[in-house]
Design a binder for this molecule. Structure first.
Ligand code: FES
Length: 440
């Protein structure tokens, strides 16, 4: 990466503001007094950076504006012990942008070079302003202001990923089952209105229980206690949740929630097994990685945690049907969380969450369901808060747009499945591809 602090001794004509339409030169980006330990997004030469001080009063650091892992804007980072820490999985970057900590690698893991942030060629403070030179510049230092007030360039939008993104209005989502309401919200003879894929739908339960949608849909059904709409012939099936047929299971719903994040991002957060601080550096030396099985229209991943005595199974069906089953191998309690995502609009996703509790060797103890519901609600709240800060508008589908590690296996599987789904490969019969992946 470029040195942040060394400037060249070559000579040239100083200019203020880098306004000559070239990415070389010095760009004023913020007053020195405005830059502290909270990252601030700025623009220089058309590129987005964050500027910050890794300790109060320290020199200013300028770094690329997104975390390379999941492209989270680093304006959400916090400064801890002289490092910028991304809030999503806790990756930490020093003042030069080098990634020095990845919690999911365990205490002996070494971050790969690709995890480093890029930095501008130089950053300097002069006359009360912070200046960036994105590329080598012929002037050793920023120009003097001589009392003038430089005008920083507008802060650019963060660049989108190079590859395709699955957002809430992707055309392929027409070919899917989507949850739109709880069955209990629709009495016989009643109507309800709901948003799906940027449109308003009216669902009617006719006398006799038959469901109908307006505008007409390919299908309207009830499943898992939810009303589902498939606008066009679906390319993937409805998710089976065997626990719902267990007469001894107890079950409850979280109140429906809403997020401005995309359904893809919410699905990714639900499957994530390397979230910070769930796997702190003081955890097991080799964090568990799920065993993955690709299945038609989705996948399942099983993760055994020997020390914790838990087995966690995650199941996904395209596009946004998810299950997380957690078995306590010592007590026999099985907790299943079903997260169903309704892509309402480009900037709105509704989240339906059902929680089931079983006891493999007897009846479910009193209070177990309430505790499981409270735990699921806390996880959901955490996801919603994080993604609201992030503002994700879609899930990148091109692997090289992000940086995947072993602990991201479920996230990679999600992206593969949704990339298949977005190109209708799910419906075409993936036997060969599934076999190839199973042996990869
Ligand atoms: S640590 Fe930044 S997105 Fe994962």
């Amino acid at each position: 990466m470029a040195s942040s602090w060394t400037t060249s001794s070559r000579t040239g004509t100083p200019r203020i503001g880098g306004r000559a339409g070239t990415p070389t030169g010095w760009y004023p980006v913020a007053r020195s007094s405005e830059v502290g330990t909270t990252p601030r997004q700025v623009g220089a030469g058309g590129q987005a950076y964050v500027v910050l001080r890794t300790r109060p009063g320290a020199e200013v650091t300028a770094l690329s504006a997104r975390c390379p892992h999941r492209l989270v804007p680093l304006t959400t980072a916090t400064v801890v012990d002289g490092r910028a820490r991304c809030p999503y999985h806790g990756w930490e970057f020093n003042a030069e942008g080098r990634c020095v900590e990845i919690p999911s690698l365990g205490p002996v893991g070494t971050p790969p070079p690709r995890a480093d942030l890029s930095a501008p060629w130089a950053v300097e403070e002069r006359d009360g302003w912070v200046w960036l030179a994105p590329d080598p510049t012929p002037t050793a230092r920023p120009p003097r202001t001589h009392g003038a007030t430089p005008s920083p360039e507008p802060v650019p939008d963060l660049p989108p990923p190079d590859g395709p993104v699955l957002d809430n209005l992707h055309p392929a989502l027409e070919h899917a089952w989507h949850p739109v309401a709880l069955s209990t919200d629709l009495r016989v003879g009643g109507y309800l209105q709901t948003r799906l894929l940027g449109r308003t739908w009216t669902v009617h339960r006719r006398t006799g229980g038959v469901l109908a949608a307006d505008p007409p849909a390919w299908g309207v059904v009830e499943h898992l206690g939810v009303v589902w709409i498939a606008p066009a012939e679906p390319w993937a099936e409805l998710l089976a949740v065997p626990e719902t047929a267990d007469p001894l299971a107890v079950s409850g719903w979280l109140p429906p929630a809403r997020s401005p994040a995309s359904a893809g991002a919410l699905a990714d957060a639900f499957l994530d097994t390397s979230r910070h601080p769930a796997h702190p550096t003081s955890g097991p030396p080799e964090p568990a990685v799920p065993e993955l099985t690709y299945e038609r229209g989705g996948f399942s991943g099983v993760q055994e945690e020997q020390l914790g005595g838990r087995r966690v199974t995650a199941v996904h069906r395209a596009p946004f049907q998810l299950v997380r089953r957690e078995e306590d191998l010592r007590t026999g309690v099985v907790t299943t969380v079903v997260r169903l995502l309704q892509p309402e609009d480009a900037d709105s996703t509704r989240v339906h969450t059902r929680v089931l509790v079983q006891q493999t060797n007897g009846a479910v103890s009193p209070g177990a369901l309430a505790a499981a519901v409270a735990s699921a609600a806390a996880v959901l709240d955490q996801d919603l808060a994080l993604l609201a800060r992030w503002g994700s508008t879609g899930l990148p589908l091109l692997p090289r747009d992000e940086l995947h590690l072993r602990a991201d296996r479920l996230g990679v599987a999600l992206r593969r499945t949704l990339a298949d789904f977005a190109t209708d490969r799910t419906a075409a019969g993936q036997t060969e591809e599934l076999q190839r992946r199973a042996t990869a």
